[in-house]
Design a binder for this molecule. Structure first.
Ligand code: NIG
Ligand code: FE
Length: 421
């Protein structure tokens, strides 16, 4: 049992339901608080003055008036990949559009080549390193997508890497099958046949082996159209997958309407979505997962989050870590962009990266807020007020990370002893 005391602000966030509209402005905060962890779960918390000797046998961590938050949740990443696209990044800096690079066989397809060639063990190790960076920024649960194999063997390899890392590493990993990420070379100009291949040959074995919880489709220009996406996702539902859609990133394809129609758990990107698409999200309680690091890296307009919140759509935030459009795990930069360029308030941004992000992964009963019985996934923030996450912009203020009650990251430099000192 561990008692964390002298907490300046315990940011509980809320309960286990998605926040919409004005609720996104609300954060449940207890000033001057304590919190107790036992067996990996949160068992008690409250005002410091109510602390009696009930926990006198517990180990004690005095955080000296720092903020405690639930672990951040990143509901959209592509962290399992091989290869390097830094040259492509330079091309984009010169003004060559992302989609033109893909159409010429680069972009996603160049990562596919590298990911097909790499061994399972090497892929495991490079992907594991990417998780370390996430953990240092306070991410305790994340989603990971396949989609850099496209053929069955490599898609399965990516998903098995994620499942193995989920068992081995501290971060919880939720897996998504994204076979419909691009049309592979073998099916060039024959995307309908590729869709049939996925439905007949790949999806059933991924479902059989229980390798992924979600199925996703890149429904956009240069990838898969509305009809193909609908066919794929309907088959996925029959096999028991929950749904996500990469929707309307490059052009408006009607993907958001499709997300509503099929009651997807989330629709992601939403840079070019029409009013009709947004209404469909709202009417079907689809979570809008917005990816400011991608808009930043592609130098695109940010998603219209104000309109979404005003319409009552639950909004979550994610990094979209991938080798092309968003090569960054930076939660501090993401939070800064959300408040500085998307005009979200600090409270909305925190809700979007905790409870609403948990909802985007259907994990809101386990994580995403500080409630008795939830996992003790907690962050100690080296500041007296959560405002500092934004005010001290783009700086990592995460001092300690607890996952299932266990200390898994510690950046307490002052108290770190160097051997020989
Ligand atoms: O979410 N847009 C499609 N997929 C990724 C990018 C993948 C890549 O460029 O490798 C995204 O931005
Ligand atoms: Fe993505």
């Amino acid at each position: 049992m561990l008692l964390i005391k002298n907490i300046s602000q315990l940011v509980r966030v809320g309960d286990s339901s998605p926040k919409v509209g004005p609720q996104m402005e609300e954060l449940k905060v207890i000033d001057d608080a304590f919190l107790v962890i036992d067996n990996g779960k949160i068992v008690d918390f409250g005002k410091a003055k109510l602390l009696n000797d009930e926990y006198k046998f517990a180990k004690v961590l005095d955080v000296h008036r720092k903020v405690v938050l639930p672990g951040f949740i990143d509901p959209h990443t592509h962290f399992v990949f091989a290869g390097d696209r830094s040259e492509e990044f330079k091309m984009r800096l010169k003004g060559i559009p992302y989609i033109d690079i893909l159409k010429k066989g680069g972009g996603i397809l160049s990562t596919v080549k590298a990911t097909r060639e790499i061994s399972f063990n090497k892929l495991l190790e490079i992907s594991s390193k990417r998780l370390d960076a996430f953990l240092s920024y306070g991410v305790t649960t994340l989603e990971g997508k396949s989609g850099y194999g496209l053929d069955k063997v490599t898609e399965v390899k990516q998903l098995k890497v994620m499942n193995k890392l989920n068992k081995r590493e501290d971060i919880d990993i939720i897996t998504t099958y994204l076979g419909a990420h691009a049309v592979p070379k073998e099916y060039e100009n024959n995307s309908d046949s590729y869709v049939d291949y996925i439905i007949k040959e790949v999806m059933p074995s991924i479902a059989d082996e229980n390798l992924a919880e979600f199925c996703d489709v890149f429904c956009d220009e240069g990838a898969f159209n509305y009809q193909q996406s609908k066919k794929l996702l309907k088959s996925a539902v029959k096999l028991g997958f929950k749904l996500k859609i990469h929707a309307d990133e490059i052009i408006n394809t009607g993907a958001a309407q499709l997300a509503g129609e099929l009651q997807a758990v989330s629709a992601d990107h939403l840079l070019k979505t029409s009013k009709k698409g947004l209404i469909s999200l709202k009417n079907n309680n689809v979570i809008a997962v917005l990816l400011p690091l991608t808009a930043f890296s592609l130098q695109e307009e940010y998603a219209d989050v104000r309109k979404m919140i005003e319409m009552g759509i639950p909004v979550a935030l994610a990094t979209d870590l991938n080798p092309g459009s968003s090569y960054s795990q930076s939660i501090p930069l993401l939070l800064s962009l959300a408040v500085m360029y998307m005009n979200m308030s600090p409270e909305e941004a925190i809700n979007a990266l905790t409870i609403n992000a948990a909802c985007a992964l259907s994990k809101e009963k386990e994580v995403g807020s500080i409630e008795v019985g939830k996992k003790a996934d907690l962050l100690i923030i080296d500041a007296p007020h959560y405002n500092h996450l934004f005010y001290n912009f783009s700086v990592n203020l995460v001092q300690k990370v607890f996952k299932n009650g266990k200390l898994v990251f510690n950046n307490d430099l002052k108290n770190r002893k160097i051997k020989g000192d």
